[in-house]
Design a protein around this ligand. Structure first.
Ligand SMILES: Nc1ncnc2c1ncn2[C@@H]1O[C@H](COP(=O)(O)OP(=O)(O)OP(=O)(O)O)[C@@H](O)[C@H]1O
Length: 219
């Protein structure tokens, strides 16, 4: 479980803290949505639980251990995968090569790497005719799916994404949400999505809304 304990954060001035005393829990098997007005601090919160920023107050624990103690780099490499808004793909490489490089970077060993990559791409509806196309030639939704495969195959138990449906049409956005849901429910991962998309909030298991510096649980 990932949890925050009395977490507080500000950039320059403590008097202008984005949030204080945040105590939230994120459990495997659930998809979480984080909502809030533009500028409220959602992306900042995601940076904190992704160990890209350090708390100004309080702590973030993973399986009861402080991230500082686990080591921020180690936590990021072993436990967390980030699906960035810009998809974080190597655009000059093919879909297949992108997944292959993610395996190499994360140090995950697979006996039959070729089959594993092919099946992983097929599992998110990237058909075989697309596997050897450069990702720059794929549609936004297809690129997003390749980015999700990259996140899935690293073996990370926590998948985070900032506005994963932001650049997609409604139908592709819905497919993406279904995919994240599947990762949470079938692979027992913690999925945390920052979003303005009310469809994601409806489909998520738990929604936290950041309002007036406080996270509210929305049912
Ligand atoms: N590196 C930084 N240094 C100083 N202030 C920052 C920095 N990054 C963000 N901010 C400020 O912190 C506040 C929260 O920003 P953040 O990006 O977390 O909000 P958000 O809720 O994700 O917004 P949006 O929905 O528009 O993406 C904003 O007022 C922003 O200008």
């Amino acid at each position: 479980m990932l949890e925050t304990k009395n977490l507080g954060f500000w950039y320059q001035d403590p008097a202008n803290a984005l949030f204080m005393d945040v105590n939230l829990q994120f459990e495997p098997g659930n998809m979480y949505a984080i909502l809030g007005k533009s500028g409220s601090g959602k992306t900042t919160f995601l940076s904190l639980i992704s160990a890209l920023e350090s708390p100004k107050e309080g702590a973030i624990l993973y399986n009861s251990e402080n991230l500082d103690k686990i080591g921020l780099t180690r936590f990021r490499r072993q436990h967390l995968a980030n699906v960035f808004q810009a998809y974080n793909l190597l655009t000059y490489m093919t879909a297949y090569q992108n997944v292959s490089s993610a395996l190499e970077i994360s140090g995950v060993k697979k006996e039959n790497k070729r089959d594993f990559i092919t099946e992983s791409l097929k599992s998110v509806a990237i058909t075989e005719d697309l596997h050897h196309k450069k990702v720059a030639q794929l549609s936004g939704g297809q690129q997003q799916r390749v980015a999700i495969v990259r996140a899935m195959i690293t073996g990370a138990d926590i998948i985070v994404a900032d506005e994963p449906t932001g650049n997609l049409d409604e139908e592709t956005g819905r497919e993406m949400i279904a995919l994240f849901e599947k990762i949470a429910h079938e692979q027992n991962k913690i999925v945390i999505l920052v979003t303005h998309d009310s469809d994601i909030a409806k489909r998520s298991d738990v929604t936290y809304e950041l309002k007036d510096k406080v996270f509210h649980v929305r049912s």
